[in-house]
Design a protein around this ligand. Structure first.
Ligand code: SD4
Length: 330
């Protein structure tokens, strides 16, 4: 039980942070200059990178047929997962430095339920395994061998995910990189997706083969609830792409949702989360990319990234378009 002194000091801290938060909101540099799509239109699907366009298409089809947002995001991100030409998600993803494809994925629904898998091998659709963890177990995250065993017990097929194209890229990398891990590989991109269905409910999904040529066993932000993905149906959702280590250490997606809870627009919240990373004294920060997308309960969207090059797909009002994100390092 809290004693009185502890209670008072905790209340003081809470009041200070509330005051500080209010002050941040009044401070112009923390207010958004980019209003997202501003319209707040629903239903809506938003997802990271160009592969978000066909993924959004599938997610919106599910929503228009009356499906739940959680069903839509699962169906949507399965599109790039199953595409052998997509070298950053599921089948055909670039391997770790030992030539093994290891996958991370997470999903979160409108009730706050969530599930994830990490360091999973041989399964084309890790997002569907994450959904089963969420729906059919008392747990949230399954890892490696155990996640694979669970998938196989539930009817998933064991497959070779290393396509000839990804194997060739890995062999080339080994020659030049002399087997050194690298912090970030351009064009190696996760799909994070957020959707609002016809009932106005929010869900999200995030799936990736992680950083290319990572050390075996490395897990990124994508399967970590609060880092790579977070959804609160009363507030909004956020998801991340880029160097997962930077997202994990700043708990990026949870931060964005909490900022929105405190009155930030999705755009201002994404900007603040990127600013935290930019100001965190990270060596060689300019070598890294992190991109966030967010949506609030009203259907307003936002996106922001560290450096130029991040884009996202937004499907709203019958139009599914690729949008360039604004960035911190100009
Ligand atoms: C990770 N965030 O594993 C993922 C990788 C990624 O652009 O998104 N790369 O850290």
């Amino acid at each position: 039980m809290l004693n009185r002194r502890k209670f008072i000091s905790r209340s003081a801290i809470t009041s200070l942070s509330v005051l500080f938060g209010t002050q941040l909101l009044k401070n112009k540099s923390y207010a958004s200059t980019t209003p997202g799509n501003g319209e707040g239109t629903k239903p809506l699907v938003i997802s990271t990178w160009r592969h978000g366009i066909p993924a959004n298409e599938e997610a919106m089809r599910v929503i228009m047929e009356g499906g739940r947002a959680v069903e839509a995001v699962e169906a949507g991100v399965r599109v790039p997962e199953g595409d052998p030409d997509n070298m950053s998600v599921g089948l055909g993803g670039l391997p770790d430095r030992d030539g093994k494809v290891t996958l991370d994925a997470s999903i979160m629904d409108e009730t706050g339920n969530c599930g994830s898998v990490c360091f999973l091998e041989h399964i084309v659709h890790p997002i569907s395994v994450a959904r089963l963890v969420m729906d059919n177990t008392p747990h949230i995250m399954l890892a490696g061998e155990g996640a694979l065993q669970f998938a196989l017990e539930n009817g998933f097929k064991k497959e070779n995910l290393l396509t000839p194209k990804a194997k060739k890229a890995w062999e080339e990398w080994k020659k030049k990189a002399k087997y050194e891990p690298v912090p970030n590989i351009e064009n190696h991109d996760t799909i994070g997706m957020l959707a609002i269905d016809q009932k106005g409910n929010l869900s999200g999904a995030c799936t990736t083969s992680g950083l290319a040529y990572k050390i075996r066993g490395r897990v990124g932000d994508s399967p970590i609830i609060g880092a790579g993905l977070y959804v609160d149906n009363n507030v909004g959702g956020a998801t991340a792409t880029g160097t997962g280590e930077l997202v994990i250490r700043t708990v990026g997606s949870f931060l964005i949702v909490e900022l929105m809870r405190n009155g930030y627009t999705p755009q201002a919240a994404c900007e603040e989360a990127v600013r935290r990373i930019a100001n965190a004294n990270i060596p060689d920060i300019h070598k890294h990319q992190v991109g966030y997308i967010a949506v609030n309960k009203a259907g307003e969207t936002g996106a922001y990234c560290l450096k130029p090059g991040f884009n996202y797909a937004l499907f709203v009002n019958g139009k599914n378009e690729l949008v360039d994100s604004d960035n911190y390092f100009k």
